[in-house]
Design a protein around this ligand. Structure first.
Ligand SMILES: Nc1ncnc2c1ncn2[C@@H]1O[C@H](COP(=O)(O)OP(=O)(O)OP(=O)(O)O)[C@@H](O)[C@H]1O
Length: 306
């Protein structure tokens, strides 16, 4: 099976004077789960809309297997938009069949797939219910099904798991995993770093219109592994933040997670200075989570842009 590839090449987008994206590039390969991450307003939805061809970039290209997005034929896209909304007075099955037929399924096939997924997500009893009679979570599951019942080649999910309980999240993780294994392009955005860490093989963090980091979760973790420490003392140690070359990324009552930058200070020197103020209870290297890395990179970028 040839690997599908989606390339976002140097796209820029502004709304009036507001530059939302500037020369943004990344590549997504079939068979990986790609997480588009970034703080509120970073441009994730805008990027997804451009991949969906709903918005056009001011500059740059989006290519699927080398073909420009606007010229693509016969490639199916599935999209779960951030702003959820289905036809409130329509019946569940009618809505799903409608979406399926919009995406080239026959009515019969759309119906079969809709019922199969309704069953799998534990909501088959709502097949004939009207959308506006359903809870938000169930509506969201239906919208999910609408995004993928036609087995798209490219599946784009904007904040897919907000509002879903953990059991439902697990079923959806399984469905996404099946998509991934079928060489599909799978892109999701999330604010939830633990989720990104669990689900994604590859992430791209965007902030202030640009890519801050892009790579496999493993390579990113490895890169940030060596110089992160956790310390706990019997009293607060404000002196830590005054030391040059130390970046505190999380502060507890008497505990701190920090990064030691560029070997400015030796660990022994840091310990010595702290011990003049407090007794150290724990001191260890910790493997930073994606959340820690995210905070660090955003802080660093803010410093650079000051
Ligand atoms: N149609 C539009 N007109 C004007 N500004 C827009 C439009 N769409 C998005 N923006 C602006 O572009 C920026 C990026 O928005 P976008 O929704 O892409 O961010 P996001 O990363 O998805 O954010 P969030 O995590 O909060 O959903 C925001 O400042 C937003 O106000």
């Amino acid at each position: 099976m040839e690997q599908n590839i989606l390339e976002v090449q140097k796209i820029s987008k502004s709304f009036k004077d507001h530059v939302v994206l500037k020369d943004l590039s990344f590549t997504v390969r079939g068979g990986e789960t790609f997480g588009l991450l970034g703080p509120n307003g970073a441009g994730k939805t805008t990027t997804m809309r451009m991949i969906m061809n709903i918005l056009q970039p001011d500059e740059g290209e989006i290519l699927f297997n080398g073909i420009k997005r606007q010229r693509l034929k016969g490639v199916h896209f599935g999209y779960l938009p951030e702003e959820r909304g289905l036809y409130p007075r329509a019946k569940v099955l009618d809505v799903l069949v409608y979406f399926g037929t919009l995406n080239n399924l026959t009515m019969r096939k759309a119906e079969v797939e809709a019922i199969r997924y309704l069953d799998r997500l534990g909501i088959v009893e709502y097949t004939d219910a009207h959308i506006n009679e359903l809870s938000k979570g169930i509506q969201q599951k239906i919208q999910f099904i609408a995004a993928f019942l036609h087995d798209p080649d490219v599946l784009i999910l904007d904040e897919p798991f907000t509002g879903l309980d953990p059991i439902n999240q697990t079923v959806l993780y399984e469905i996404l995993e099946e998509f991934r294994r079928k060489n599909k392009i799978l892109i999701l955005s999330t604010h939830l770093m633990d989720q990104a860490e669990k689900l994604c093989d590859h992430i791209c963090l965007i902030n202030q219109a640009q890519v801050v980091i892009d790579g496999s979760i493993e390579s990113i973790r490895k890169r940030f592994r060596e110089d992160a420490y956790f310390i706990e003392a019997d009293a607060p140690i404000p002196i830590l933040s005054e030391m040059e070359g130390i970046q505190i990324i999380e502060e507890g009552k008497n505990s701190y997670k920090f990064i030691l930058e560029n070997n400015t200070l030796k660990l022994s020197e840091i310990m010595k200075r702290i011990e003049q103020k407090a007794r150290i209870l724990r001191f260890e290297v910790f493997e930073p989570s994606l959340h820690d890395i995210f905070i660090r990179l955003i802080q660093e970028q803010a410093e650079v842009l000051k």
